[in-house]
Design a protein around this ligand. Structure first.
Ligand code: FE
Ligand code: FE
Ligand code: ZN
Length: 306
């Protein structure tokens, strides 16, 4: 199998007493080149102090195991688009500021951020508020870029099309500090046809947002059809996008250098509801070998994953 070299990895957790070291170990156990983590629970803003994250130990482990990069995902409680609750906006700005310093301390070059939801105030007001929020946190001396994620378009989510992302990026004072996280499930769910017309989709992206604006891919399949605006991920190759269409993006010559992160659902044990298995080792293997195993999920469910 002489597949071109890619940078593939998955979402991993950062928890326990070993925190970042744990993340690096989990990533290596899947055979990853790169990985993505939240700095704590994605739903809340409780965070451990930097000294307790085991950053140096994690970095040493990364070097020893060929892990070249870590990407941080900001928690989803951040909503810079909120014009309705002053408090939410203010705490979002504050939390994003501290998340940027944590990400820099972890030597992450990319911090993924959901643009936000306008919660009924409308697209115009929402986008203006996101721009205002980003202007309060982006500084010219930042060593990382904030990657705005393409969103599926459920509820009042912003970032549901390339135009909205372009307006946010075009509106801020330091646009060079912004990039995009291209989530294939979300782009498909928001109505772009990645199955039959991927070149048109990437052409539109480059025209509207710009060339070299993708900092990271989230390589997810979708449980729903194109345009469903749902945002429910499926295991790689098992959803509506399918293995072939995902592999075409995975190995797209223009984006070989860009880190690709899997955010697939864990597979529940067939006998024990409380047990579930990470699918990443198997998925990464099938991606590298370019061979789809239609029984992968069933095998995991039966506990034969290891
Ligand atoms: Fe995300
Ligand atoms: Fe994502
Ligand atoms: Zn998603």
């Amino acid at each position: 199998m002489n597949q071109p070299k890619i940078k593939i990895g998955s979402h991993v957790s950062m928890s326990g007493k070993d925190m970042f070291l744990n993340s690096a170990k989990e990533a290596a156990s899947y055979g990853s080149d790169v990985f993505m983590a939240y700095t704590g629970a994605p739903q809340n803003s409780k965070r451990k102090p930097l000294e307790e994250l085991k950053i140096e130990e994690g970095r040493a482990y990364m070097r020893a195991h060929g892990l070249s990069e870590v990407i941080i995902h900001a928690p989803y409680l951040i909503n810079l688009a909120n014009t309705v609750k002053e408090d939410t906006f203010r705490s979002s700005v504050e939390f994003l500021t501290s998340e940027i310093s944590r990400s820099e301390a972890l030597h992450s070059k990319v911090l993924v951020l959901h643009p936000g939801a306008h919660v009924g105030a409308g697209e115009e007001a929402g986008i203006a508020q996101v721009v205002e929020g980003l202007n309060q946190v982006l500084r010219p001396d930042l060593k990382l870029t904030v990657a705005l994620e393409t969103m599926a378009g459920k509820g009042s989510e912003l970032g549901r099309n390339f135009e909205q992302l372009a307006r946010i990026i075009g509106g801020v004072r330091y646009p060079e500090k912004l990039k995009v996280c291209f989530d294939t499930c979300h782009v498909h769910d928001s109505g772009y046809d990645l199955i039959h017309h991927p070149e048109e989709v990437f052409g539109a992206f480059e025209r509207i947002v710009g060339r070299d604006m993708i900092a990271v891919f989230h390589m997810n399949d979708s449980k729903n059809i194109c345009g469903a605006a749902k945002d429910r991920h499926e295991n790689y190759g098992f959803g509506q996008i399918g293995f072939e269409a995902l592999q075409r993006i995975m190995y797209h010559p223009d984006y070989l250098d860009i880190p690709k992160i899997l955010e697939s659902p864990w597979v529940k044990d067939g006998h024990n509801e409380k047990k579930s298995y990470a699918p990443y080792k198997q998925e990464i293997c099938s991606i590298r070998e370019n061979r789809f195993d239609p029984e992968m999920v069933e095998k995991l469910r039966a506990g034969n994953g290891e």
